[in-house]
Structure formats: structure tokens, C-alpha cells
Ligand binder design. Structure first.
Ligand SMILES: CC(C)(COP(=O)(O)OP(=O)(O)OC[C@H]1O[C@@H](n2cnc3c(N)ncnc32)[C@H](O)[C@@H]1OP(=O)(O)O)[C@@H](O)C(=O)NCCC(=O)NCCS
Length: 155
């Protein structure tokens, strides 16, 4: 794979099926929350995708909570393209957009401590965050047995 040919860009509506396929791969493994096609379309302006040779191979999304606090979520790279720097590129793109918006703190809820430490995030107690960041938890099948950790990066 030629990394120089990877483009990370804002997602378009036409990418929604590819985003759904990427997130489904990991939702089936219980690693991330599934996002329905409908939900992805509703939030398409908050998504970024990584494209290689015309194929969407990775995605991530941003969500705002306060003028200073945002989340990176739904980060995933098709398994055959893992460990080639694509995840890092997606996080960098989301961070640069959030920085431009004036966000000073970005958090993730994840099972993947190692990846997010490599890209500069540190673990914090979940109580560190305002209650409203937990609004999606009510839809999560793991509600009563949450194993995700919260990690944060100050910009
Ligand atoms: C997490 C994920 C997006 C990372 O994407 P990726 O393209 O494989 O990651 P990168 O190649 O950009 O890795 C960046 C760095 O993190 C390290 N890294 C990535 N995944 C890692 C892992 N599972 N364990 C340890 N280190 C890891 C890489 O070695 C690399 O280190 P470097 O500093 O030496 O370059 C990808 O593994 C994935 O899709 N996982 C399943 C979904 C998921 O867990 N999403 C996160 C939940 S929100």
C-alpha cells in the first residue's frame, strides 16, 4: 500500500454504505457500537473517511458537547488496512477540524487504550466528564457492563 495515496476527507452521503460496512465489522465483534445507515446519513457532516484507490477504508466521526469539549467516535479501519497509519491520519484530521472550532479537550470512549495512547490520549476517570456525554449509553447493549475506558487529549 502506498500511504501517500491515502486521502482523508469529509464524508459524503455516497460514503454512508461504506461507513456502515466498516463499523459493522467491529460491531459484530462487540468492539464498537453499530451505526445504522439512517444514523450515519443523519450525521454525515460529522464524519471523515480515509480513501485509498477510490475505496473508503476507514472512518471516524466527531460530536460536540460544549464549545470546548468534543468526542471522536466511530473510528475504524478495515482490518486488512490496519497498522498502516490510517487510524492516526483520521484522528489527526478530526483533531485539526476540532482545533479550528476552538475545542480544547477531546475525549474518546474506547476499548483500545494502546492505540489512543500512541496518538496522545491519556486515561481519565469517567466521572471526569459531564453527564450529558453519556446520552448514548442508554442505547448500548453493554449498558450495565460497560468495559470502555475514557481517554482525553488537551489541545
Ligand atoms: C483503532 C484503529 C482505528 C487503529 O487504526 P490503525 O490504522 O490500525 O492504526 P495506526 O496504524 O494509525 O496506528 C497508530 C499507532 O498506534 C499503534 N497501534 C494501533 N493499534 C494498536 C493496538 N491494537 N495495540 C497497540 N498499538 C496499536 C500502531 O502501532 C501505531 O504506532 P506507531 O506510533 O508506532 O506508529 C483500528 O485498529 C480499528 O479499526 N480497530 C477496531 C475499531 C476500534 O477499536 N476503534 C476504536 C474505538 S473508538
Amino acid at each position: 500500500m502506498q500511504k501517500s495515496k491515502v486521502v482523508v476527507r469529509n464524508a459524503r452521503l455516497a460514503d454512508s454504505e461504506a461507513i456502515a460496512a466498516i463499523t459493522l465489522e467491529y460491531a459484530r465483534q462487540g468492539i464498537m457500537l453499530e451505526r445504522s445507515g439512517e444514523n450515519i446519513i443523519e450525521h454525515i457532516r460529522n464524519f471523515f473517511v480515509a480513501e485509498y484507490n477510490g475505496e473508503v477504508i476507514g472512518c471516524c466521526a466527531i460530536t460536540f458537547y460544549t464549545p470546548k469539549l468534543a468526542e471522536i467516535r466511530s473510528l475504524a479501519v478495515f482490518s486488512r488496512y490496519k497498522l498502516k497509519g490510517i487510524g492516526r491520519l483520521l484522528v489527526a484530521k478530526a483533531e485539526s477540524v476540532l482545533r479550528e472550532e476552538g475545542v480544547t479537550e477531546i475525549f474518546v470512549l474506547t476499548l483500545n487504550r494502546d492505540f489512543f495512547s500512541r496518538v496522545g490520549y491519556s486515561e481519565v476517570k469517567k466521572e471526569y466528564f459531564p453527564q450529558k456525554i453519556w446520552r448514548d449509553c442508554t442505547h448500548c447493549p453493554k449498558l450495565m457492563a460497560c468495559d470502555e475506558i475514557a481517554m482525553v487529549k488537551k489541545m
